[in-house]
Ligand binder design. Structure first.
Ligand code: SF4
Ligand code: SF4
Length: 301
């Protein structure tokens, strides 16, 4: 039995996510080798929503590896278990929880409902909008997959947050720059899996080559399952498979939208905002000029 198998078996037995955190921390530094040793090859992560048990070990591991502080969370009025519900400069990983009508499963006594959970983060797009809008060149796509950034080059304009189809990058007040998931590029460089993948006790997250991730999703699609990331906005390095539509987790549908189409839409919005601001500015200048003229006529100062 491999070291990885033993750890996962132990995690399965341990069960509770509170127990998983310290184990994950210990394991992250143990120098395990990932199954993807071919450095330079495009990497991908296959996410299988059906396997996720919502333990949030991935969330904890992300915080631990990237030394991110805890986020103040709250229980929402509708009993939402997704917590936090949003990405921020210090929350790079979210686990969406959704109770869904399970009409095929009524006989099993689930009351016609089932839970589905989805581990979510920056999807490391093939043609990232965040990269293309950044005016200071602070973001870039690495040839093997991760979309990275240089905090020293970030000017804090927030265009990447607006441009990202999922609102992933966020400004961090502490470091005065945007921050987001880096796909654990520092671990990949050492032949390791991203930290979230390495602790998932059910293999809901699997690190592989992009080619394998795409093949896994294409096969799932052929069996009637839903996929996300094969085509969306030009394709992504994190590819998701589910037995329920991704709209259940609040993910927008971009199935027929290419990255270019998405960006054109975005430009129209930016242009619209620009025209509005420009129009308001012109109106203010006109008012100011008229007021000056009337004061001058009245002989005022
Ligand atoms: S998901 Fe958003 S932040 Fe991540 S690479 Fe794509 S556009 Fe950039
Ligand atoms: S993806 Fe894995 S580690 Fe994350 S919540 Fe689901 S089962 Fe737990």
């Amino acid at each position: 039995m491999t070291e990885k198998m033993s750890r996962k078996d132990f995690l399965k037995a341990a069960g509770a996510s509170l127990m998983i955190a310290p184990l994950a921390l210990e394991d992250l530094d143990s120098g395990q080798r990932s199954p993807v040793q071919e450095l330079g090859k495009q990497k991908g992560v296959a996410v299988d929503v059906r396997r996720c048990i919502g333990c949030k070990a991935c969330q904890v591991a992300c915080k631990a590896w990237n030394k991110l502080p805890a986020e103040k969370t709250e229980i929402t009025a509708d009993g939402e278990y997704t917590n936090p519900t949003y990405f921020s400069g210090i929350t790079w990983k979210i686990v969406h929880f959704k109770e869904i009508g399970d009409y095929d499963n009524e006989v099993e006594g689930t009351g016609g409902l089932k839970w589905r959970m989805m581990s979510d983060n920056c999807k490391h797009c093939m043609e990232p909008s965040c990269v293309s809008v950044c005016p200071s060149g602070a973001l870039w796509k690495r040839s093997d997959g991760p979309v990275l950034y240089d905090v020293d080059r970030c000017i804090g304009c927030g265009y990447c947050t607006m441009a990202c189809p999922w609102g992933v990058p966020h400004f961090d007040d502490e470091i005065h720059a945007i921050r987001k998931c880096t796909m654990c590029h520092d671990r990949i460089d050492q032949g390791l899996e991203p930290s979230c993948v390495s602790v998932c006790p059910t293999d809901a997250l699997k690190f592989m080559t992009l080619e394998e991730a795409k093949r896994t999703a294409t096969e799932a699609e052929a069996h009637g399952l839903y996929t996300y990331g094969l085509d969306e906005v030009g394709g992504t390095s994190w590819i998701f498979v589910s037995d329920v539509p991704f709209s259940e987790f609040g993910l927008p549908e971009y199935t027929s939208v290419t990255q270019k189409g998405y960006e054109t839409d975005l430009l129209v919005k930016f242009a619209g905002a620009g025209l509005f601001v420009g129009g308001a500015l012109l109106a203010a200048i006109k008012l100011y000029a008229e007021r000056r003229e009337s004061i001058a006529k009245e002989g005022g100062d």
